[in-house]
Write a protein that binds this ligand. Structure first.
Ligand SMILES: NC(=O)c1ccc[n+]([C@@H]2O[C@H](COP(=O)([O-])OP(=O)(O)OC[C@H]3O[C@@H](n4cnc5c(N)ncnc54)[C@H](OP(=O)(O)O)[C@@H]3O)[C@@H](O)[C@H]2O)c1
Length: 271
């Protein structure tokens, strides 16, 4: 039996959908299970909800969007429960190797270490930046994209491809025991290319100017710094490393991420 956590989220839901034809039952774990569904209450903040008895494989979708201490405590709860309940294989969705300078990287690397030092078999999926997120960070206004991505290339990937890769690993975990995969794109794209694809101008902004705008936009206290770390990493070439791992796990060429990022920008313009 396979458990996928974070199953109401965009990645977790897509992993569950991709596992629909699996040879073993698949249970969707979420903080908000729908009535009468094949869903189970799984909240990393509530250790009492973490009963993994009977699950051979757990796909642990990272639960970010918080300060490091909160994320690390959540992830510790999951790994400890998996060890206690006899899970055989834990699959964790981490962050790309090239993403060490991202504000949320520390909690991912802590979690990788904890899993690698555990009693479990494991697979670490180091997910690249979503093409969808890259598009949403480009903030179009009046025909112009102003974002502090400079001219740096980012090896983004589509969320759907990452979900399919995770489902493929979960369906045959024995082929991926104690492996780390770097699931970034096979080529990097720039903010300028996405702007051109959407028929817009691109004027790179400064990090300082963008930080000031973010700090006045009602985000949670930790969020401006995390977003700035994504812009700065991209602008300065720290998200441009490419890899063939995603294509290897998919058994096909990954989806071209550029049209996906362009579509997000077009949706932002239309909204
Ligand atoms: N590679 C990237 O570009 C990128 C970008 C953003 C985020 N991420 C990371 O990838 C994860 C999945 O991305 P996504 O696109 O699916 O994000 P999303 O749609 O915003 O979903 C957020 C996810 O966090 C889960 N979560 C939050 N608090 C939780 C808790 N206390 N216990 C268990 N699960 C909790 C949610 O699970 P339920 O609501 O089902 O309980 C949901 O799966 C994120 O949580 C984040 O860590 C990666």
């Amino acid at each position: 039996m396979i458990l996928v956590t974070g199953a109401s989220g965009q990645l977790g839901r897509a992993i569950v959908e991709r596992l629909a034809g699996a040879s073993q039952p698949v249970i969707a774990g979420t903080r908000r299970p729908a009535d009468g569904s094949e869903q189970r209450h799984v909240d990393f903040d509530e250790p009492g909800s973490l009963d993994f008895t009977g699950f051979a494989t757990v796909v642990m979708v990272s639960a970010g969007y918080e300060e490091d201490d909160v994320v690390i405590a959540r992830h510790e709860n999951v790994v400890a429960a998996a060890e206690r309940d006899g899970v055989q294989h834990l699959i964790y969705t981490s962050v790309a190797t090239d993403g060490d300078h991202l504000g949320f990287a520390l909690a991912h690397r802590w979690t990788e270490r904890r899993i690698q030092g555990s009693t479990l078999r494991w697979t670490i999926l180091r997910n690249g930046l979503y093409a969808e997120l890259f598009g949403s960070l480009l903030a179009p206004s009046a025909g112009v994209i102003t974002a502090p991505f400079g001219s740096g290339g980012v090896a983004v990937v589509t969320r759907a491809d990452l979900a399919e890769a995770a489902a493929n690993v979960a369906a045959a975990p024995d082929r991926h025991i104690n492996r780390v995969y770097d699931l970034v794109g096979s080529h990097a794209i720039t903010a300028g290319q996405v702007a051109e694809g959407a028929g817009l101008l691109y004027r790179p902004a400064s990090l300082g100017g963008h930080r000031a705008a973010l700090e006045q936009s009602g985000l949670l206290p930790f969020q401006p710094a995390m977003l700035l770390s994504a812009y700065s990493s991209g602008a300065h070439g720290f998200l441009s490393r490419t890899s063939s791992d995603l294509g290897d796990l998919l058994g096909r060429t990954p989806t071209d991420p550029e049209p996906v990022a362009v579509r997000i920008v077009e949706q932002l313009i239309a909204a």
